[in-house]
Design a protein around this ligand. Structure first.
Ligand SMILES: *Cc1c(COP(=O)(O)O)cnc(C)c1O
Length: 404
């Protein structure tokens, strides 16, 4: 077993060997510019890009022309929000999103607010889920777009995307979903799910980093976006720049593997997640799952451990590569904005850990991880006076700490 054990698959994935093999010839052998029309090097590049476009489109139920390559989801999110505001100046400047979005969406929205847009940030329920009714109540005459996360990168909660999409179509509002964590993990079909715009990213689905794409609907309705980068007019004018052919080949292959191995990956991830949670819950009291138990990514588990201090817990599980509820936003020790929006108290937010299980994670690794967590929590709780009081049945919230 290689230590530390990687259980941070919502942050990034290794490149699948099959993906890497598919990419390698496009660095030194077939290195042509996919836009070079006058020779065989260019044609080989273009052919590879065409194939990848088909593979990606097939996974998400789109047509190849609806795929616009970007450097990843962050860029796609910038293009979608800023590009729509610029493209449709007369449709209104109101955007609906939620408090539990990825920072990429929240930061672009903040930027747009400075430029005169109005943004409604929906507060989800305690499981991090936004309801169709909330969106319905928030839509106004001047609403341009609804932009909502499909599946949360922190707590794995899955939003009712199909129903929200149907509502947006009925109300003629553009519907964008950040599908970065959903694609390849749960069924995604841009037609059935009523989606106009969706981003995905290579490195979250065992493809390379620095490549992703934006799905842009071409009919019913036809959606257009103003380019955010000028020069050359690649990608139907929406995103200029020489195409990253090896990256695109890798993204295509990654999508193809996700499609073919879909059931297998899903069951594998779910079985490991359930195995992990069972051990934790069998052995430890006062542990809480963050997120929605019914509507949750199958390979993900975000757990708060009461009566332990977050930093000490992370130190105590050194052999596990995981993320904590406070370390997510770079160096700051702020509790995660997602847990805060779900009304998880600061203490529980700080002692929360995000675990996720990958394509090559083994049962042996899961058992090792569960054991290490259990031992660390038990050890830390032995030192905790609060835990002792809880054991004695004292309700800590009833204590008057002021000493009066
Ligand atoms: C990782 C992630 C992003 C950012 O994707 P990049 O391709 O790394 O820019 C955006 N949204 C979600 C939900 C993510 O998980």
């Amino acid at each position: 077993m290689k230590l530390p054990i990687y259980l941070d698959f919502q942050a990034t994935n290794p490149v699948d060997q099959r993906v890497l093999d598919s990419m390698l010839p496009y660095f030194k052998e077939h290195y042509g510019n996919a836009a070079s029309r006058s020779h065989a090097y260019g044609w080989a590049g273009e052919e590879a890009v065409t194939k990848a476009r088909k593979q990606i489109a097939k996974l998400i139920g789109a047509t190849p022309k609806e795929i616009i390559f970007t450097s990843g989801s962050t860029e796609a999110i910038n293009l979608v929000l800023k590009g729509a505001v610029e493209m449709y100046p007369t449709r209104g400047k109101h955007i609906i999103t939620s408090l539990v979005e990825h920072k990429a969406v929240l930061d672009v929205c903040k930027h747009l607010e400075k430029e005169g847009c109005e943004v409604t940030y929906l507060k989800p329920d305690k499981t991090g889920r936004v309801s169709v009714e909330q969106v319905r109540d928030a839509i106004r005459e001047d609403t341009l777009m609804v932009a909502l996360l499909w599946a949360s990168n922190e707590i794995g909660t899955i939003n009712p995307i199909r129903e929200i999409g149907a509502l947006c179509h009925e109300r003629k509002v553009l519907f964008f979903t950040d599908g970065t964590q959903a694609v390849g993990k749960i069924p995604v079909d841009v037609e059935k799910d009523n989606i106009d715009l969706m981003c995905l990213s290579g490195h979250k689905i065992y493809g390379p980093k620095g490549i992703g794409c934006l799905y842009v609907r071409r009919k019913n309705p036809r959606v257009r976006l103003s380019a955010q980068m000028d020069g050359g007019g690649h990608e139907r004018g929406m995103r200029s720049g020489t195409l990253n052919v090896p990256g695109i080949v890798g993204l295509g292959e990654a999508c193809e593997i996700c499609r073919i191995d879909f059931e297998k990956d899903l069951e594998h991830g779910r079985a490991l997640r359930d195995r992990f949670e069972k051990q934790i819950f069998d052995k430890l009291e006062y542990v809480y799952i963050n997120g929605n138990k019914e509507h949750r990514l199958p390979h993900a588990s975000n757990i708060s451990f009461a009566y332990v201090e977050g930093e000490s817990l992370i130190m105590g599980i050194k052999d596990l590569a995981v993320s904590s509820g406070s370390a997510c936003t770079s160096a700051s020790l702020e509790p995660s904005h997602v847990l805060r929006a779900c009304d998880v108290g600061d203490e529980l937010a700080h002692s929360s850990i995000r675990f996720s299980f990958g394509r090559e994670t083994t049962e042996e690794e899961v058992d090792f991880a569960a054991n290490q967590v259990i031992e660390a929590v038990e050890r830390l709780r032995e030192l905790s006076p609060l835990y002792e009081m809880a054991q004695e049945g004292i309700d800590i919230s009833s204590i008057d700490w002021s000493g009066h």
